[in-house]
Design a protein around this ligand. Structure first.
Ligand SMILES: O=C1C[C@@](O)(C(=O)O)C[C@@H](O)[C@@H]1O
Length: 865
């Protein structure tokens, strides 16, 4: 739905009025002056005043932070921001994902008064218009507290008051866009007006909203090649849903929750997890290659170390920091699947100016809903506790770092008193780091950890280690969320500085070198896997992360003679290929819920420790006890990652116009193990009409009966529990498309297209009448031996609205999940995707070389689901 758009001049008139009402010392807003923006900024640095005439520093922001921020899953959200920020598009995305209605306040105003805001203002004057808008706003907010997405761009005082009241019970989100993008979008000749409007609106909305989301536009960056059009909106959609899921309680987005295995295991529950520390200025660089910097990391820490510099050097620079932090959090959240930590460095507590600026930045950062934020434990408890109380779902790391040679030893009681302070603040983690001064410091830290574990009160997980070369040992041995430098930094600097930390690759290599981790042997098993691309792909991942495991293909006529490989103490795990995916269940002692539901496995991992009652531990435990360890194998655990790969490709390829709704239909071709994984992926995405075509009707019937039975089970986990009226329909090619079923927008062909099985490359095409979707859809051919299948050619000829994908798209996606099971580490996605494309050798149906080149180029834009 589209909002009522006001002419741009009307927007400016309105905001000129508004600027007059704003309090001068804090904002320094004067729309009559023109400013020239600096690239990437939301407003001009020279205009924002933060130092008063008398020399005292005022608050950079007016923190508005209601403490009640525990929203119910159905709490309506209100999106506010200026025209052009993309509120309506985002509202539609949220409404589809959460199954809610959108209400545009401009339309509500028109319906209530019979006038648009502009006409009403012309007829009754500006004050009357503002009052009526505020009334409409209050009425609509009161009536629609649950189950809606509301959109509003009114900024005047009475509207702001209504926003603040609503924010005490519901999420009120300020939507921003970079100045360059708004400028381009609105095509206004006087650019300074746009920049001034942005400056004012940011200040206004920051004082009446609880959250802020930067709607990053790819076109805002002139140096970056834009992604293909069908992907541009997907990036925005994924980014926004990821942001919303950090605000709403877990489970609020049943069809878009993260499904990668490590996403379900908190960083502190795994062994050796790393937060790669990226300086704010690096993240904001135009050509910043995010993946290169986060290889092997489990979280990304944005380190804001600009406070000292800014206060001394440049007030204007300081005033830009909130915008920069917003932009950096946006980029990291959009470009990775990793949790985001914001770490603002407080250089000194002697200067009140610095502490004040520090607190302002903390208030601001909490608005961005990062997964974690650090608070410096030197700051007084009353200032920090207000921030902690407003944290919503953000976890708090009580932080203390001493980097000078006078820093107190670990035996000093001051560390213990800071730990107690963190307990009082109800921090979720404590992080203590100090410059290592002797090798003995690494031993002292162990006794310090023991001392902490004896402290009365809540047992807050402790992250503690020594910095610098003398501290590397303790940093490597720290169990979770160790701060590390990006690998690229190590490569760039020939002589590591004393403060430079270890990288994830260094740490991983050190764990293997010191026998904490052991090199293991992995396989892909199948009847004919000599040409499998998995070995090249997974090995590329191992190498990039500094992991010395080996992965090899092993073709075999049967699974029965593999026992010696599966029970070898060095066995690390295996991918299971065609035709063993169902039979491989018989090798396992326990299956994941997904593998059980699908009735097929494609991943087997060893279990080295059983529970005391002899059962296999929870999946999350396996990462800790079995990954990267040799030793006697007590059992095998079976998982299915094919559905994760198929789900990721469907999500990536479905345009917002084809977003899954109650009537979406999926068509599955085939009835083997991959067809089962596909049906399961469709159910997980909320597709409720599933049509199956298979040459042998009896096999299709058995698949349908399998899933019908599954959906009848009580206590199904979400989102399967939502699949109430799911219909399964078996159709043969000579039948017409059923009248009461929408044309399919998701088509997945699961026929193996290598020279196995049927012995045929598929020549299958669908009746033209089945391809009736006017908005096209996505067709995925799961095989990758033959890329240009008849089906893919058929839909490509039909219309550009059909997006086609093949096994070269699905293989890495399922491989990422497998890599996590095999190593307990996040996969380097681009490297693995690239390796698959580079290693591919076609059997027939040669893809044009330039087509492959194009695919390699697009690897940069592929979504991270
Ligand atoms: O289906 C496949 C392909 C595969 O078997 C291969 O040969 O690379 C690897 C499996 O993990 C995956 O499920």
């Amino acid at each position: 739905m589209a909002g009522v758009k006001r002419p741009f001049e009307a927007v400016l008139d309105h905001d000129r009025e508004l600027a007059r009402c704003l309090s001068p010392p804090c904002l320094g807003a004067d729309l009559s002056r023109s400013v020239s923006p600096s690239p990437g900024a939301f407003f001009s640095p020279h205009e924002a005043k933060s130092r008063r005439q008398d020399g005292t520093v005022t608050s950079l922001l007016s923190p508005f932070m209601p403490t009640t921020r525990d929203f119910s899953p159905d709490a309506s959200m209100l999106l506010v921001g200026i025209r052009g920020a993309g509120k309506t598009t985002l509202a539609v995305m949220a409404s589809t994902a959460m199954n809610r209605k959108v209400i545009d306040l401009e339309i509500a105003f028109l319906r209530t008064t019979g006038f648009s805001s502009t006409d009403y203002k012309a007829k009754y004057g500006i004050l009357e218009c503002h009052q009526t808008q505020a009334q409409v706003l209050r009425t609509m907010l009161n009536r629609h507290r649950h189950g809606y997405v509301l959109v509003c761009s009114w900024m005047h005082g009475s509207a702001q008051k209504a926003l603040r009241d609503f924010a005490t019970t519901n999420p009120v989100i300020h939507i921003l866009r970079e100045g360059a993008a708004i400028e381009k979008l609105l095509q206004v000749s006087e650019k300074s007006k746009v920049w001034n409007l942005l400056r004012v609106s940011n200040t206004v909305f920051r004082s009446s909203t609880t959250f802020e989301f930067l709607n990053i536009s790819e076109e805002a960056s002139p140096s970056k090649r834009p992604p293909p059009p069908h992907l541009a909106l997907k990036h925005v959609e994924r980014h926004f849903l990821k942001f919303l899921s950090s605000i709403y309680p877990a489970g609020s987005f049943p069809y878009s929750e993260p499904v990668l295995p490590l996403s379900a295991v908190p960083l502190e529950k795994r062994r050796f997890t790393y937060a790669v520390s990226l300086p704010l200025s690096d993240v904001l660089q135009d050509h910043f290659d995010m993946e290169k910097h986060v290889i092997g990391a489990d979280a990304v820490q944005i380190t804001v170390d600009d406070l000292n510099k800014s206060l001394i050097i440049d007030q204007a620079q300081l005033s830009q920091l909130p915008d920069s932090i917003t932009a950096a959090v946006g980029r990291v959240r959009r470009d990775t699947v990793l949790p985001v930590i914001v770490h603002i460095v407080l250089p000194s507590i002697e200067s009140q100016d610095t502490v004040k600026a520090y607190l302002d930045l903390l208030w601001h950062s909490i608005r961005l809903a990062p997964n974690k934020i650090t608070v410096d434990l030197r700051v007084d408890i009353s200032s920090l506790s207000a921030i902690v109380a407003s944290r919503n779902r953000t976890k708090i790391i009580g932080h203390l770092s001493t980097e000078t040679s006078e820093n107190p030893p670990w035996s000093s009681p001051s560390w213990i008193s800071f730990y107690r302070k963190a307990q009082e603040l109800e921090c979720h983690f404590v992080r203590f780091v100090r410059l290592g001064q002797s090798v003995e410091d690494n031993l002292e830290i162990t006794s310090f950890r023991n001392k902490v574990s004896g402290i009365k009160g809540p047992n807050i997980p402790l992250i503690s280690y020594n910095l610098g070369p003398l501290g590397w040992h303790s940093a490597t041995m720290n169990q979770f969320i160790t701060e590390v430098s990006p690998d690229s930094a190590a490569n760039a600097s020939e002589e590591p500085t004393s403060k430079m930390g270890i990288t994830t690759v260094d740490a991983t290599k050190a764990l293997f070198a010191s026998f904490f981790f052991h090199p293991l042997q992995f396989y892909v098993f199948g009847a004919y896997v000599n040409k499998s691309l998995s070995p090249a792909m997974i090995t590329a991942g191992f190498n990039a992360c500094g992991i010395p495991h080996r992965y090899q293909p092993h073709s075999s006529k049967s699974l029965q003679n593999l026992e010696h490989l599966l029970r070898h103490p060095n066995f690390g795990g295996a991918s299971i290929g065609h035709p063993f995916k169902i039979e491989a269940i018989s090798l396992t002692s326990a299956l994941s819920d997904h593998a059980k539901a699908i009735g097929a496995v494609n991943t087997v991992i060893p279990v080295r420790h059983l529970n005391s009652d002899g059962t296999v531990p929870e999946q999350s435990e396996l990462f800790k006890t079995s990954a990267n360890q040799t030793g006697a194998i007590k059992a095998l655990y079976g998982e299915n990652t094919d559905w994760i790969g198929i789900r990721a490709c469907i999500r990536r390829g479905l345009s917002p116009a084809n977003a899954v709704s109650a009537n979406t239909c999926g068509l599955v071709i085939g009835a083997g193990g991959m067809a089962r994984a596909t049906i399961y992926a469709m159910l997980q995405l909320g597709i409720k009409d599933i049509v199956i075509h298979n040459r042998t009707q009896a096999n299709a019937e058995s698949v349908v009966s399998h899933f019908t039975h599954l959906l009848e089970q009580p206590d199904l986990p979400t989102p399967l529990s939502e699949s109430g009226r799911t219909r399964f329909i078996i159709l043969s090619l000579d039948e017409p498309w059923p009248e009461d079923v929408r044309f399919p927008t998701v088509i997945v062909s699961c026929i193996p297209n290598n020279s196995l099985g049927s012995g045929l490359s598929p020549r299958l095409t669908l009746p033209d009448s089945w391809l009736g979707s006017r908005t096209g859809g996505i067709v995925i051919e799961l095989g990758y031996t033959t890329l240009n299948t008849s089906l893919l050619e058929q839909v490509r000829e039909k219309s550009k609205a059909w997006i086609t994908m093949d096994g070269l798209d699905v293989l890495p996606e399922q491989g990422f999940a497998q890599f996590e099971f095999f190593t307990g580490r996040r996969p380097p996605r681009k490297i693995m995707r690239r390796k698959v494309l580079e290693s591919f050798r076609h059997e027939e149906g040669s893809p044009k070389p330039e087509a492959m080149q194009l695919r390699l180029m697009h690897v940069d834009h592929q979504e991270q689901y």
